[in-house]
Design a binder for this molecule. Structure first.
Ligand SMILES: Nc1nc2c(ncn2[C@@H]2O[C@H](COP(=O)(O)OP(=O)(O)OP(=O)(O)O)[C@@H](O)[C@H]2O)c(=O)[nH]1
Length: 301
């Protein structure tokens, strides 16, 4: 008995230091116990929750998700984890407790052994983590086209080079640059320039292989990292891009956007090569195309 009291005291102390909310739920979805301290979710008093059914508190869809987790957790005897949005416009109980803004929570459920099957359910507010994830993915994206940007490309290129060196593979980088975008902007308007960049991005995205990595890397250009592609294959890939652009610009293509691109290709030279150096070589090849009047392809090892 003394031991049981000591254990209970320790459990209470543990629950007090947790910032997450903890529920113990019966197999039928009755709240047997609840603990919440200074969590952002306004659950109300523990007395209000104890003895209630999931469906008394949670909106129908969430209640049935939780019941599904209880069944699986007990059936498979394993931890279940789910991310769920608590939206006060649908979560009437929390709305009544004063919740205004929706929040993402991570729900973890583990079976608790005993005569009467139950689960321990930990509910953690993960809104900040979610927001940080969204922000970090946004800073890696180009706002106009939605494609990755140079910041996202460079570590992927470095990793691809390291892998290629390690496994004795090769890889190439292709820079695709719209010719005379400044002139198009000036003569046809910035919107037309934007349309060209968006259509080019979409078309490159459809054309590229799954393993390729597409990014907008400059004002008027894109890069495609081509893993396992040698110099010759890189030039062939560039030809495909140029043909695609020529189809996009054809008078019968259904659009009135005519433009050309120049493409510089660089291929991994060896162990001493780096992402910056490969990018610079692709850029030099691109400049060569521009000096020759645009609508060209140029490659360098
Ligand atoms: N429409 C549009 N134009 C942009 C965007 N970002 C930059 N630009 C413009 O794109 C133009 C790029 O000019 P330049 O770098 O001289 O390139 P260019 O006129 O295509 O010349 P070349 O690359 O040498 O063929 C500039 O006028 C920029 O203001 C954008 O998101 N949308």
């Amino acid at each position: 008995m003394k031991n049981a009291n000591l254990l209970q005291t320790r459990i209470d102390a543990l629950l007090n230091v947790l910032s997450e909310d903890v529920l113990i739920l019966s197999q039928q979805g009755t709240i047997i116990f609840s603990s919440h301290n200074d969590s952002a979710i306004p659950w109300g008093g523990a007395d209000e929750l104890t003895g209630k059914q999931l469906t008394d508190i949670f909106p129908g869809a969430i209640a049935s998700q939780l019941q599904g987790m209880i069944d699986k957790s007990l059936g498979l005897n394993q931890l279940m984890v789910k991310e769920v949005l608590f939206d006060p416009t649908e979560f009437i109980y929390l709305q009544q407790q004063g919740m205004v803004e929706s929040c993402w929570v991570e729900i973890r459920m583990a079976p608790s052994s005993g005569d009467e099957p139950s689960v321990v359910c930990r509910i953690e507010d993960i809104s900040r983590r979610k927001m940080a994830q969204r922000e970090s993915s946004q800073i890696q994206r180009d706002l106009l086209t939605g494609m990755y940007n140079r910041r996202a490309l460079m570590p992927v290129l470095a990793q691809s080079i390291a892998q290629a060196i390690r496994y004795d593979w090769v890889c190439s980088l292709m820079l695709i640059d719209v010719d005379s975008l400044r002139l198009i902007n000036d003569q046809r308007g910035w919107d037309v320039g934007d349309q060209i960049l968006k259509r080019l991005a979409e078309s490159l995205n459809s054309l590229k292989r799954t393993a390729d990595f597409l990014a907008r890397v400059g004002e008027d250009g894109f890069a495609i990292l081509l893993p396992e592609t040698n110099a010759e294959q890189g030039i062939l890939a560039a030809e495909r891009v140029r043909n695609m652009v020529s189809d996009l610009s054809a008078p019968n293509s259904g659009t009135d956007i005519a433009f050309t691109v120049s493409i510089g290709v660089a291929t991994l030279t060896g162990e001493d090569d780096s992402a910056e150096s490969m990018f610079n070589r692709a850029e030099s090849s691109l400049q060569l195309c521009k000096q020759q009047g645009g609508n060209q392809i140029s490659g360098s090892e």
